[in-house]
Design a protein around this ligand. Structure first.
Ligand SMILES: *Cc1c(COP(=O)(O)O)cnc(C)c1O
Length: 387
């Protein structure tokens, strides 16, 4: 069958691909340990579950406004004010079916053929594909492990052409775990304003921060940058609600309205019950976030210390998110071969860096138990010794 040309450049998601291969092997009875997961392993907070049960029992199961229930849009405004001191009105906020959907719709509304989207590389797998699907062109700008995988203002400036329209920032980053400092962001802001770019800031990992790192939202640095920034976030990572599919975007009201129109004719509203649950999630106390942080920092430390024992691995010490991006160049294997062999020979699943724009890295998720981290990295070390 002849398939539409717009699908030609779009590849399947490697993260989802390898995770499903690992799940299949597990189902066949193999002792699989997966570091593939792009989601937290803890349960949804109890008050959030209760809100979901209440919504279901009370029959809150009909269509809602396409852009989200007013209660949730208001709660999102309160969250931005409390966390970043940002003032948005509900008309600046649209709720979508996960942050991935938020990003997809935003890129559809902003970008078209002839536009360039600047992507600091390594990038999250879906950014290039979303760009292609809008007919626009991704422009990869390298960042380096020696520089903490941070995009510098200088490299951003060098990447700008008359066609540049958008730059996507993702701090804390998936896959690298890099966190942009306030200084980094202020320097980037100058280039963004000077070159008249639009900034998409994907802040889905904002609560996963280590070594005392702080999260800054570029939009909070003043009106000039705020009006050209779209902040994307959601409840998937912060509250372990990946399957409930709630994401949101805040920014210019005209663009937000267009996203609502796009949703009118595609998904309609995000799931009614999930929206109620998201309201409850955003009302969770600050202490909840601190607990999560402590748990994940311990796991990160354990994973890094075990990986560092092998002289052929050079793990990057993540400052945020829940991934270890690890240089595997000294093994002499490409990332696809590395991951497929490790899964087939030792039943350990990790994600090839190739899909994030670096074939000499692989990504380990540490959103898993300390017991699994010890067992899995142990198997990896054994395997490396015989390689
Ligand atoms: C997980 C993830 C998202 C999307 O999360 P949703 O489940 O769609 O809300 C967006 N950006 C990055 C960088 C992610 O890792």
């Amino acid at each position: 069958m002849k398939i539409a040309g717009r699908m030609a450049k779009v590849s399947p998601s490697a993260t989802l691909g390898l995770t499903s291969k690992a799940k299949e092997m597990k189902a066949q009875g193999h002792p699989v340990i997966s570091f593939g997961a792009g989601e937290p392993d803890f349960d949804v907070p109890a008050p959030v579950k209760e809100e979901g049960a209440k919504a279901l029992a009370s029959g809150f199961t009909k269509y809602t406004p396409t852009s989200g229930i007013p209660e949730l849009r208001e709660e999102v405004c309160k969250k931005f004010h409390a966390d970043q001191g940002l003032s948005y009105k509900p008309e600046n906020v649209v709720i979508s079916c996960g942050a991935k959907h938020s990003l997809y719709n935003l890129i559809q509304v902003l970008c078209e053929a002839g536009d360039e989207v600047i992507l600091p590389t390594p990038f999250w797998v879906s950014y290039p594909e979303m760009t292609y699907l809008a007919g626009a062109t991704p422009v990869m700008v390298p960042t380096y492990q020696e520089e903490g995988f941070r995009l510098t203002a200088e490299r951003l400036r060098d990447a700008v052409t008359p066609k540049s329209k958008v730059v996507i920032l993702n701090s804390p980053s998936n896959p690298t775990g890099a966190v942009l400092s306030e200084k980094d962001l202020r320097e980037l802001m100058e280039v963004i304003v000077e070159k008249n770019l639009i900034c998409i800031s994907d802040e889905i990992y904002e609560y996963y921060l280590y070594d005392g790192s702080k999260h800054f939202c570029i939009a909070s640095f003043g009106e000039e940058i705020k009006k050209r920034t779209f902040v994307v976030n959601g409840t998937s990572k912060s509250y372990s609600m990946t399957g409930l599919r709630i994401g949101y975007t805040a920014g210019d009201a005209d663009v937000i309205k267009k996203i609502g129109i796009l949703q009118d004719h595609s998904t309609s509203n995000p799931t009614s019950i999930s929206q109620k649950m998201a309201v409850a999630a955003l009302r969770m106390p600050m202490s909840y976030r601190a607990d999560v942080r402590v748990l994940f920092e311990k796991r990160r430390d354990l994973m890094i210390s075990l990986l560092k024992k092998s002289d052929r691995l050079k793990p990057f010490v993540a400052k945020g998110a829940f991934y270890t991006f690890c240089d595997i160049e000294k093994t002499g294997l490409g990332s696809d071969v590395f991951c497929n062999r490790l899964l087939e020979e030792k039943f350990v699943a990790v994600i090839p860096g190739k899909s994030f724009g670096s074939d000499k890295h692989v990504r380990f998720s540490f959103a898993t138990s300390e017991k699994d981290i010890e067992e899995g990295i142990g198997r990896l070390s054994e395997w490396l010794k015989r390689l």
